[in-house]
Design a binder for this molecule. Structure first.
Ligand SMILES: [Zn+2]
Ligand SMILES: [Zn+2]
Length: 593
């Protein structure tokens, strides 16, 4: 656990009583960056700074001025003379740190005071930008809470301690598949780098994957080949199938391998900036049952046998021509268990899909999927495992989903079991959803550094996001935690929330949110607290008998639900349906009573 703001707090307290011009060294070793709205510091960048360094400099300038009202000049190194400053990018002043930089892993950051300078470096472009965000967060108390909320502490005297900090995140790929995590600014500030984010070159780009997943039907399209070559496709129950869901390829057919390999090579030519190319099974079941495919399944003791042999063969060709490209495949549905004999090539990424209890963590309740055992086996044969993790109720986006502690457990488990990339799939189609903003922030923070204290993360989030209502919201979150502790209640994927949210939970929750709403709040904070009613009302409106909602009480709740949902731009009630349809249904249901 890291109480990461303590050192700064102490240094501020020490320095508060001392007069000193900006740039002076404090007795405790700290450096005064700004005082009374003035600063001698500059932001020093290379003479030919890249777009990402220029952007990092502007972000640093913006947040330092927001904190202290001192506007630091951004200057090319050769114009800086003897002025001290924050040194970004590969400058002569930071040359001595090249060896340290070489020790970082993907997206890593290096922050170091050198004399009166503060050097900020990254292992790559993203790491360069992240070094600014880590400085602001870890050493200056800024919190990038949500797309609509950043906490910036006001400081008349901005003081930094002596810093020698190097850090590389355990996951090179970090993605929270929440609608509100896609905008460029919040994705970069929360150090999310997944393909769905809108991160461009100016913020260091993102991990791109072509195509995202389920690519068998794009590698060998049934539209193009099935009529003439049904033998390219999976034999299911004695018949070849052209389905793109619940239908696969015949992976032992040499023509299929040739066509798929050519297609991957074509994609690499077409998308030279993309590092990862996907060769993975279609959604659903439908693996090939032909004699040749089944012989491999039996030999390998796993349906992943034919998949991995096929993927390895493509990866060999790719590796020869493009040694810096990756080939990704899924271990999903029928193929989660690793093969007994064949091992993934060094340029193959295995994307293993989550299955297990949301509330207690998959390690505790596997829900029959053996994820812990499969992950353990995969981690013995490869260092390149990505995880596809689920964290919302896909059938009821807006119902209470008390998985905050389960999610923490699972992320930490992945971090200690050789996982290199993690995507947490939530409400990706629409803003909103149960505790969407907190869950996103918590996941993003822990994906960057799983050792952070989740209690501190949620407290800081609620303080910054809900203002004076923070205490009530925290109590509500604890109520959800308590409900999740019930050893007899489990949840995964898409379920009926009536079985997991008791009438007592909804009743008690409403009391706490009503109290939260009665506090003195800014208009933004009031809107945020309003959204917390929706999961509880959703339960009452959907199951009025179970949750004791009388016909008289319902119509004003439906009306208020619509107002809040529209104000929050919520478009989806679940993965398959729009909210308009649901609201119209509720309006007619309660109008008849
Ligand atoms: Zn086959
Ligand atoms: Zn469970």
């Amino acid at each position: 656990m890291k109480v990461f703001s303590m050192a700064i707090l102490v240094s501020l307290l020490v320095s508060a009583s001392m007069a000193g011009a900006a740039g002076a060294k404090e007795n405790g070793g700290g450096i005064v960056i700004a005082s009374g709205g003035r600063s001698d510091y500059a932001i020093i960048i290379p003479d030919n700074a890249s777009p990402v360094v220029a952007h990092a400099a502007k972000e640093l300038q913006y947040f330092i001025s927001s904190m202290s009202e001192a506007v630091l000049r951004i200057v090319p190194e050769h114009d800086a003379g003897g002025q001290h400053g924050f040194v970004l990018g590969r400058c002569d002043r930071s040359k001595g740190l090249q060896k340290r930089l070489g020790e970082l892993r993907e997206d890593g950051v290096l922050i170091r005071t050198v004399g009166k300078d503060i050097v900020l470096l990254g292992q790559n472009d993203r790491g360069q930008l992240y070094s600014v965000y880590v400085l602001l967060e870890r050493f200056l108390g800024v919190r990038f809470l949500a797309h609509d909320c950043t906490f910036v502490p006001k400081k008349d005297r901005l003081v930094l301690p002596e810093i020698d900090y190097a850090y590389s995140p355990p996951f090179m790929y970090r993605e929270t598949l929440y609608w509100d995590s896609f905008p460029r600014e919040i994705a970069a500030r929360q150090r999310l780098n997944g393909p769905a984010s809108k991160c461009d070159a100016e913020v260091g780009g993102k991990i791109q994957i072509q195509p995202y997943v389920h690519s068998f039907n794009k590698l060998v399209p049934p539209d193009k080949y099935f009529a003439e070559h049904p033998e390219y496709f999976s034999l299911v129950g004695g018949k070849r199938t052209n389905l793109t869901v619940h239908g696969q390829l015949c992976l032992t057919n040499p023509d299929v391998l040739r066509i798929a390999t050519d297609q991957v090579l074509k994609w690499i030519e077409e998308y030279p900036e993309v590092p990862i190319f996907d060769v993975s099974q279609n959604d659903g079941e439908g693996a090939c049952e032909c004699d040749k495919c089944m012989a491999i399944v039996n030999e390998e003791g796993s349906q992943h046998g034919p998949i991995l042999r096929f993927v390895n063969a493509i990866a060999d060709v790719v590796g020869e021509k493009y040694p810096d490209k990756w080939v990704e495949t899924l271990a999903y549905a029928y193929s989660t268990k690793p093969p007994a004999i064949t091992k993934p090539r060094k340029n193959v990424i295995i994307r293993l899909c989550h299955a297990g209890c949301y509330f207690h963590g998959f390690e505790e309740c596997g829900l029959g999927a053996n994820l812990a055992a499969n992950l353990s086996e995969w981690s013995k044969v490869t260092d390149n495992i990505f995880i596809w993790h689920y964290a919302t109720n896909f059938a009821h986006y807006i119902a209470p989903c008390q998985n905050l502690n389960g999610l923490v457990k699972d992320i930490r488990y992945y971090a200690t079991h050789n996982v290199r990339g993690l995507m947490v799939q939530c409400d990706y189609q629409s803003p909103g959803g149960d505790m969407a903003e907190l869950r996103q922030y918590l996941a993003a923070q822990l994906m960057w550094d799983p050792s952070l204290d989740p209690g501190v993360i949620r407290r800081e989030f609620c303080n910054g996001y809900y203002g004076a209502a923070s205490g009530d919201v925290l109590r509500y979150v604890m109520l959800l935690d308590k409900a999740a502790e019930d050893p007899n209640v489990h949840a995964f994927g898409a379920w009926d929330p009536k079985g997991t949210a008791s009438p007592a939970l909804v009743k008690e929750g409403l009391k706490l949110i009503e109290r939260a709403r009665s506090r003195k709040l800014s208009p933004e904070e009031a809107d945020r607290v309003d959204r917390l009613f929706l999961p509880l009302w959703y339960m009452q409106l959907t199951y009025p008998e179970s949750y004791g909602l009388s016909p008289d009480e319902a119509p004003p709740i439906v009306k208020e639900f619509r107002r809040i949902a529209e104000a929050s731009k919520i478009t989806h009630i679940n993965e398959g349906a729009g909210i308009d349809q649901w609201l119209a249904g509720m309006e007619s249901k309660y109008a008849q009573k």
